[in-house]
Structures are given as C-alpha cells and as structure tokens.
Ligand binder design. Structure first.
Ligand code: 57M
Length: 358
C-alpha cells in the first residue's frame, strides 16, 4: 500500500523515492511484522488462556507433561502479521506476492482446522494425516497451475555449486514443485517439537531466501552471479522479510520456556512459505541445504518408521523426530535447541556460499 500511495509523491518531494526500493521496503516489512507479533502475541496468549485453549500433550515419548496447557496456535498471529506487513510494504501488482500469500494462508487454514479440532476435542486427534496431505497437495497443484499459467515456466533445475549445470527435467518438475511445498510444510511441522526449535532455523532459511529471491529478481546481479533471472521475483523479498520479522517476534515468546506454541497453523504455513519462495526463486534444491535441519528431522522419521516396519518394531533412533532422540539421550532441551540453531546457521552460510562457489 505504501508503495502505491507514497512512491508517486517523489515527483513533489524526492524523499518518497525511497519507497521504490525493495531493500528499503523489506527492512520495514521485517520491523512491521516483528512489532505486530511482539505487541499482539501477549494479548493472544491471554485470550487462549482465558478460553483454556492449551496444548494437549501425548503420553508417549519424552516427558512433556509440564508443557500441557501451554497456549498454542500462535501461528494465527504470525499469519496476521505477515499478511499485514506484506500488504503495507509490497507492490500489490506483483503476482508472486499474491500467489505466495495465498499458499501461506491456505496451508495455515489446514493447520488451524487441525489445531482447533484437537483443542475442541481435548485430544490429540486433529485432521487425519491423509486428509491434511490431500488438502496440501491440492493447494500445491493450484499454485503450480498458477505459475505455469503465468507463462515462461522454466523446468530447468538449479543445482547448488554448479554454474552451468541446470538440467531441464521437463514434466518431472511439476511433481517436484508439489513435493517441495508439501514436504517443506510437513518438515517444519515435524521439527516444531521443542521451544524455538522450528522458528530458529526457519528465520535463518527465510533470511537466506530473502537474499536469493532479491538477486533472482535483479537482472544484472542474476547475470553476474549466474543464477536464474526471474522477473518480478524480487518483491518476494518483502514476503521473506515479513516472515523473518514475524519469526523474530514469535521467538520472543516461544523461546525456552515457551509461553506459546505456533500450532500446526504456524508450522504448516511457514513451511509452505519456504517451499513457495524456493520455487519462485528457482532455488529448489538449495532448500534441502539451507533447510537441512528440517530435512534431517523429516528423514529421521522416514528412516525410523521404515526400519520399525521392516524389523517389526526395532528402532534406529531412540525416538523420532531427531530432537526426541537427543532428549532420550538426556540432553537438556535448551542445549538441543541451540545446537540445532548453530547447525542451521552453518547450513545457511554454506547455502549463501553457493552464490560464489559456482
Ligand atoms: C508435530 N508436534 C509436537 C505444538 C506445535 C509420524 C510421527 C513422527 C509424527 C509426529 C507428530 O505427531 N508430529 C506432530 C509435532 C507437539 O507440538 C505441537 O504441534 C505443533 C507443531 N505441529 O506448535 O502445538 C509437542 O511438541 C512440544 N513443543 C514444544 N515447544 C514448541 O515450541 O515443547 C512444540 C512446540 C507439544 C510440545 O510438547 O505438545 C509433538 O511432538 O507432537 N510424532 C512425534 O513426533 C512423536 N514421535 C513418535 O511417535 N515417534 C515414533 C514413530 C516415529 C515411529 C518412534 O520414534 O518410535 C513424538 N511426539 C510426541 N510424543 N508428542 C513422540 C511422542
């Protein structure tokens, strides 16, 4: 909105020219989203406590009973802050912004329904996994159809660390987009099992893609760095900035010991947002590197469940996802969280290094 209302004023007063710059608007999208979450979350926590809408904790697994009743669904505030910040600071003529916001909100609605059912039934029985997967896949297919409809759809795959090796995988690119969106959404969801464990790495990955999507939308810089040029993708920096800001605001309250959990409404939407940006920026595989913590958490579940079924009940990890394995090994929760953050930060740096190591 500010872009449309204030930038035109630069003809009378040059200072308004600043609203033209994506970098300027991204910085203020971060600040706006962060402040919105920081000031709204305490009220939301009070509301959830008054309604006694607290987390139901399962009996099995590491002892989390002390967390029972912690307010959840903080993702509602995250989504409100991100959408508000993007609408205030983004160029609302940009189709990628609307496509990304739509996926972000729709995945959030799936999570909201799941959380709500758990809260209402006071049991950990939300939407069935199959129901969630079908709905997520349908949304991902809708996003895919939209970007194909935009035209000049590039089915070449960017491979980190390789300058000119961009294989055209043709029709296989389409299911890959669905896997990226649904996979990233569920990987963040699985990771969200300790205080701050998901939001910390999320902020790091969103920062990495805030840069990559800006560069992808900048013809000269994209050419210089030999990355795919995606006209219009730069506006997604504002979306990534809002995600970073909202994430920082949420971390203020989700830090150990958490006052609020994000709920599936938060984890599913945030994960899908990362997948969306990775696809638009044409940095699909980079997400597996930058989001390596999420990949490790999801892989630990896949490996554990597969091995469990093959061996008729044996386990490779003490418990999956991976953070529970370290809990069972006796690592204190804060130590697990901060160590995962450290690994996420290192992976983020390696992801950034692919810009030059090409
Ligand atoms: C998402 N949800 C947390 C909170 C958060 C297939 C299997 C691997 C599925 C997996 C599962 O159910 N995952 C669901 C993880 C839950 O957090 C809520 O869910 C939202 C995110 N979706 O926002 O609302 C619990 O996590 C803790 N938590 C915090 N701080 C936070 O900031 O402490 C969350 C956020 C909360 C709270 O205790 O209640 C979760 O863990 O369920 N299942 C599992 O992860 C279970 N693993 C398992 O069954 N492993 C087996 C299978 C794979 C073979 C095995 O290894 O043998 C574990 N999770 C739980 N209990 N809760 C272990 C048992």
């Amino acid at each position: 909105m500010f872009y449309h209302l204030l930038y035109p004023l630069h003809e009378w007063c040059g200072v308004f020219n600043v609203f033209r710059y994506i970098t300027f608007r991204t910085i203020y999208a971060i600040i706006t989203a962060g402040l919105l979450v920081y000031f709204l979350m305490p009220r939301f926590i009070t509301l959830m406590k008054a309604k006694q809408f607290g987390q139901i904790v399962r009996e099995i697994g590491p002892d989390h009973q002390h967390k029972a009743g912690t307010p959840t669904m903080g993702g509602v505030v995250i989504i409100l802050a991100v959408v508000t910040s993007v609408l205030l600071w983004g160029n609302l003529n940009n189709v990628y912004l609307w496509a990304s916001l739509t996926v972000f909100v729709l995945f959030g609605i799936i999570g909201f329904v799941d959380d709500w059912q758990k809260i209402i039934h006071k049991r950990n029985l939300g939407l069935r996994a199959r129901q969630k997967l079908i709905l997520q896949t349908l949304i991902a297919i809708g996003f895919l159809c939209f970007i194909v409809h935009l035209g000049s759809f590039d089915t070449r795959l960017s491979v980190p660390f390789f300058k000119t090796f961009r294989p055209d995988i043709g029709i296989f690119y389409f299911p890959l987009v669905v896997v990226i969106l649904v996979g990233s959404s569920n990987a963040v969801n699985l990771t969200d099992g300790l205080d701050g464990l998901a939001i910390g790495p999320f902020i790091i990955v969103a920062l990495v893609y805030m840069l990559f999507v800006y560069l992808a939308g900048h013809a000269r810089l994209a050419a210089y760095l030999q990355i795919a040029y995606v006209p219009g993708a730069g506006e997604l920096s504002i979306f990534c900035g809002a995600l970073v800001g909202a994430g920082l605001g949420f971390l203020w309250y989700n830090a150990y010991p958490a006052e609020i959990f994000m709920g599936d409404v938060g984890s599913l939407s945030l994960g899908a947002a990362l997948g969306t940006v990775a696809v638009v920026a044409k940095q699909e595989l980079l997400l597996a590197l930058a989001g390596g913590v999420f990949v490790a958490e999801a892989l630990s579940v896949i490996i554990q469940v597969t091995y469990f079924k093959i061996t008729g009940g044996q386990r490779i990890f003490l418990m999956a996802p991976l953070h529970h394995h370290f809990e069972k090994k006796g690592w204190p929760e804060p130590k697990i969280i901060v160590r995962f953050w450290i690994i996420a930060a290192l992976l983020g740096l390696v992801a950034l290094s692919t810009l030059k190591l090409r």
